[in-house]
Ligand binder design. Structure first.
Ligand SMILES: [Cu+2]
Length: 105
């Protein structure tokens, strides 16, 4: 079956417009030895970016299914796609008092 060109174009446009609304991007700022916000709730499939504004490295590591970043250099960022539902407690293994929670709905 061949769709009329206009219908096909509308379908493609519909997908393009739908995608950003379905998968949001959230940012967690790392600053002053803290994750801000400390708890973040996202939908499954969303993207979470940890942005390190401190002048030294940090990481964000959880158990299986949660974030497992490498060390994030000063001024750098790390992106994670939230694929597994649950409450993922994480910490910075370089500064173990730095903790956060990523809730994936
Ligand atoms: Cu740290």
């Amino acid at each position: 079956m061949k769709l009329p060109a206009r219908a096909a174009a509308t379908a493609v446009l519909g997908l393009a417009l739908h995608a950003p609304a379905c998968a949001a991007v959230h940012t967690i700022v790392i600053e002053g030895l803290r994750f801000v916000p400390q708890t973040l709730e996202v939908e499954r499939g969303d993207t979470v970016v940890w942005r390190n504004k401190d002048p030294f490295p940090h990481n964000a590591r959880a158990d299986k299914g949660g974030p497992a970043s490498p060390d994030i250099a000063a001024g750098a960022a790390w992106t994670f796609r939230a694929a597994k539902r649950g409450r993922h407690a994480y910490l910075c293994t370089l500064h173990r008092t730095m903790t956060g929670v990523l809730v994936v709905k």
